[in-house]
Design a protein around this ligand. Sequence first.
Ligand code: TK8
Length: 358
Amino acid sequence: MMPIWRSTLTLAGAATLTLGMAHAQTPDLSEPPAIDGEMVGDHGSHTIRMGIGLAETSPQYLSSQYFADILAERSDGRLTVNVFPNSQLGDDVQMMEMMQTGTLDMSYPSSSPATTYVPELAAFDLPFLLPTREAAVAVMNSDVAQGMLDAFDGSGIKALAFSENGYRQLSNSVRPVETPEDVGGLDMGGLTIRTMENPVHLSIWETLGANPTPMAFGELFSAMEQGVVDGQENPWSTILTSNFHEVQEYGSETRHVYTPFILMMSERTWDDLHPEYQELVQEAARKSAAYEIQLATEYDDWARNQLEERGMQITRLNDEQIAAFQEAVQPVYDEWAPEIGEDLIADIREIVDETMND
Ligand code: TK8
């Protein structure tokens, strides 16, 4: 039986096609795994409010609905999750604060703005640290990463699981970018690039000669539309599902950072749940995170191709061009590795090397 939210999406998709919009809103995505496992006991009813930043067509939203379906089915309807997309309830920083104070039950921010709670997360912001998705997933599933999730304990936030926001790609409205010099602009002046609220990202774009501007995701579209910023950087699926191609002419496949999402619950909400419900929440978080990674994988190249079909001029960078960016951002490691922890970075590199040598 197809969950109701999926049939609604299909109807929306069909409506989109019927309205004559030439483009499908999602690729042909894998169905979520069948919901299995024991029913949990009756420990009362809870309605959980969850705010996320991305649109209803994003892997983030689709996997969150799967999370909701697992809880509903295994609790016989006693656990209801209402997911509010499109930054309706606030941006990543605001929603983490709301979970701390108990005014929001769940959210799904990127790891980058969460470095204020767990500084070690900044390892994920080091450019070109995770060369392949396989390596990134291995790191997110490692004890090192679990230690970062556990480090939230006591902050007011229960961090449940990592999933894929994805490889970040540069877009802008000014010029094609093939080299670091194209970013810094030489005598033309550097591009003004919106970044997440994260000091390592600021450092990356300063080092490349851009003018980085930290900004909440929810404000980004209008900032680009009004020319407040020239560009931004996000995975192709985010650029597509947030319609950034409507205000960004050029894309560059830089893959400069792999950003995780972190599925989070307010510790107040967590503490109110019976231990059997807590176990189910943790299990559903891990299953929906694995599904989200599957969807993000299926979305990635398809979204880039869709963006090109919709007129975005996307520059694919060859190995030499990527190497030029890697060399240009080396000072970011010099500045941040001691701060983040050389041992932690070495542990992550060891996991990466193991996956590369398999
Ligand atoms: C959405 C954000 C977004 C992130 C950003 O809530 O802010 O650019 O990549 O996906 O987490």
